[in-house]
Write a protein that binds this ligand. Structure first.
Ligand SMILES: Nc1ncnc2c1ncn2[C@@H]1O[C@H](COP(=O)(O)OP(=O)(O)OP(=O)(O)O)[C@@H](O)[C@H]1O
Ligand SMILES: [Mg+2]
Length: 151
């Protein structure tokens, strides 16, 4: 614990603006590549991270401004962990927010972001404090592939 930088964690910090969404996707993909995921797994990871980042842009900082903090690391040699954090408005009721089709975003939102994250990742953990911000942890195991083989 004395030197956190040595745990292999990679970090990205970006202004919470939709113009930066692409960076989050590319960051997630570049990091995930080290575990040699399938094309489908890669697409799932990019989509899940992108949903969490979009939420931070749209909901956490509704008036613009703000920063999004993303970290990525490998756990146990075969599992990807992404943590997406914001210091925005927070979520009043996380359990309710994670229900399919629950949204505070009005007509243009479908309320499916958390459901998509859950279906594409093995584990989704959300913690939030009103007025302080939100932390979304996404975990996915990438099954090792036989050398030269297809999955
Ligand atoms: N980072 C966040 N900060 C504050 N509130 C959030 C955050 N992420 C999610 N929420 C709340 O949780 C709700 C559900 O999020 P979810 O991503 O499932 O759906 P959505 O963003 O409303 O719609 P969609 O993702 O389908 O466009 C949001 O409407 C919002 O109220
Ligand atoms: Mg969403």
């Amino acid at each position: 614990m004395s030197n956190r930088a040595s745990d292999g964690r990679v970090k990205l910090e970006l202004p919470a603006s939709s113009i930066n969404e692409g960076f989050a996707r590319v960051f997630a993909a570049a990091f995930a590549a080290r575990l040699d995921p399938t094309i489908e797994e890669m697409a799932d990871i990019k989509t899940a991270v992108s949903e969490a980042v979009t939420n931070a842009i749209v909901h956490a900082y509704p008036n613009g401004g703000g920063t999004i903090y993303i970290t990525a690391r490998v756990i146990g040699g075969d599992t990807l962990e992404f943590v997406i954090r914001d210091k925005g408005c927070g979520i009043m009721d996380v359990k309710q927010a994670m229900e399919p089709m629950f949204t505070t975003g009005g007509e243009e939102r479908s309320g499916m972001g958390f459901t998509i994250m859950q279906s594409f990742m093995d584990k989704v953990t959300v913690s939030s404090q009103l007025g302080k911000g939100t932390r979304v942890r996404l975990v996915k195991r990438i099954a090792p592939r036989a050398a030269g083989g297809k999955k």
